[in-house]
Design a binder for this molecule. Structure first.
Ligand code: ADP
Length: 260
């Protein structure tokens, strides 16, 4: 809360009237704190893959000179490539936020099978079958939406489900529909979320564990996902229990009368 006030004084210098404005700036203040914090988090998040990428390239440069046939070469090429992907992903998120703020997140609507998209996203994220994805519900569901953007939402939700479930490898993905709406939910059995934090999760820069640094991230994935779903005239939400896991869901209108 911010208060500004003024006092009127009589001839003896005693105050005889006060006037003032009390303004609730809590939200504004919190956004500013998160923004300041975000710059330090973002610098750290960008620096980690850059440092690792730079180390891999130095090792590769040495190996190319001294032992180009070494079986370490593909290992470091892979490491470098993974860190480069992380960087591209981080920069994409930052660019997406700018686009959203400028109202320039354009959609490219096509007709496609939502279940296909989800299975593709899962395969992409889980090439070594480290995680157990369980698919429930529809086996095919044609919708009109922006394929690339919905893929981005799925990658964010599945990526979080993996990241925030260090002890569990199981993720359940449910797809169902009624006449008008397709609903997708991504359920994990991870750390869960404190109920007090739930209302802020989809805010820009919001991270539950910002100071703890236990999990990496910029706090932008859910904000961007919520914007993408809102642009499709859909809804996004979450149910969660600390210690039992979270269930993130979104829905989209199925038909082509999106009026976008
Ligand atoms: P981040 O880059 O921090 O993961 P997100 O916008 O994707 O940012 O998520 C915001 C916050 O919501 C995260 O910092 C995390 O605390 C919480 N969160 C998101 N998904 C999950 C999940 N599946 N389980 C527990 N917490 C989650």
């Amino acid at each position: 809360v911010e208060a500004t006030g003024r006092a009127k004084f009589d001839a003896n210098g005693d105050a005889y009237q006060f006037s003032g404005i009390i303004q609730d700036v809590t939200e504004e203040y919190q956004l500013q704190v998160r923004k300041d914090e975000f710059i330090s988090v973002a610098s750290h998040e960008l620096k980690t893959p850059i440092t690792s990428l730079s180390a891999s390239i130095q090792i590769l440069q040495k190996l190319v000179k001294t032992n180009p046939g070494s079986d370490k070469v593909p290992v470091f090429v892979n490491k470098a490539s993974n860190n480069l992907s992380k960087l591209i992903h981080l920069l994409d998120d930052l660019l997406n936020v700018t686009k959203i703020q400028q109202g320039q997140l354009a959609l490219n609507i096509n007709r496609f099978d939502l279940v296909d998209l989800i299975k593709d996203s899962c395969e992409h994220i889980n090439p070594l079958n480290e995680y157990e994805f369980v698919f429930i519900g529809d086996t095919q569901l044609m919708i009109y939406a922006d394929y690339r953007r919905i893929d981005q939402v799925m990658v964010n939700l599945i990526g979080n489900a993996i990241k925030y479930s260090p002890q569990s490898k199981r993720i359940e993905i449910t797809v169902f529909h009624d006449d008008e709406t397709a609903t997708v939910s991504v359920r994990d059995f991870g750390i869960g979320i404190n109920p007090q934090k739930l209302p802020h999760l989809f805010d820009r820069y919001y991270r539950v564990d910002a100071f703890g640094h236990q999990f990496s991230g910029l706090g932008l994935g859910l904000y961007i996902s919520a914007e993408i779903i809102a642009r499709h005239n859909g809804k996004i939400g979450v149910d969660s229990t600390v210690g039992n896991g979270s269930n993130f869901w979104f829905n989209l209108p199925i038909d082509d009368k999106l009026n976008l």
